[in-house]
Design a protein around this ligand. Sequence first.
Ligand code: GLA
Length: 390
Amino acid sequence: MNLNDLKQEFLKRFGGDDKDIRFFTSPGRVNLIGEHTDYNGGFVFPAALSMNTTIVARPRNDGILRMQATDLDIKVEGSLLEIEKYKDLEWGNYQFGVASELMKAGYNVIGADMLYHDTIPHGGGLSSSAAIEVATAIAMVMLGGGQAPDGVEMAKIGQKAENNYIGVNCGIMDQFASAMGKKNHAIFLNCKDLSFKLVPLALDGMKIVISNTNKKRSLAASKYNERRSECEIGFEILKKALPNATCLGDVTYEEFEANKYLIENETVRKRVAHVISEDDRVLKSVEALNKGDIVKFGELMTASHHSLRDLYEVTGEELDTLVEEALKIDGVLGSRMTGAGFGGCTVSIVKNEAVDEFIKCVGEAYERRIGYKASFYVSEVDDGGREVFI
Ligand code: GLA
């Protein structure tokens, strides 16, 4: 749907005239490498997608938020005065979480009618929720009379909404990528201090292909929080030997090797080994990309998947099948799961001429082995969250 169609849809649902209607958008993301490193103060390398959430919004003067989505048969209505009441909504809770965090941070948040239109698959690990958070944050700040807000601030608001309101202890990567993405660039982000560089994605003759397991992710949030606490336990142990380290991101590969015997619990040791080696792979990947060495970049992606499978144990049969089948195709340079894992998507770098064969062969093999279909997207890398105009 283009913005004009969306405006008509908005007027059909909410009535009134189009005088004060505005549009805001923010994208989903794919992480190229650097998984489960963000909440450990490590490096990540995501890119914003052209799949996004667009909001049609019109301010109200009664402190009421009324929200609908084009693909859901749901109408949500709530008061900004009772902001803590909406945590358990099936849909709309992320938006109330964002309003709550914006108000805590001192922004002028006012009531609004808002229609959401998503092109990011829900629950697919491409950060549909971060896109909603960032688009909502930008919309609310600007409807409240503010200027186009700082992207990093909006990313932090989105992360806090998820941590405090939704109860998922996620890191900053998804919201940062959604807010700060740039067309045809990936973001090399240091999650310890949020310093970042935009790296041109010079993938001449190649495409980024995303494959969706379409697996329902039931326990993902609790398993995610469990991994996070295992990392914290591991860090507390290493810290005794490395008193200057403030997070796992500060620990070098050599320091870990010299001190890993201190971590007696094998599971915790494996989790930490993944984080430390993954951080190293991000640095090497960015170096490889800067040199135009896509072969090396692809190898590091695949190594990342194996580490997530064997050490971090967040892949599972569906993601492993997609990666295994992808690597059988000539013209695939690398393939790995992207996002939290436990289902969701993989990302593969595929030569242009092999893309059709990839989708056909991986799709057929997946259906044969898993019993239902995967979905595929050949993705474009786009800009981050912003107001858009007809
Ligand atoms: C989810 C979280 C991110 C990050 C990834 C794993 O997408 O929201 O903060 O931790 O998982 O890398």
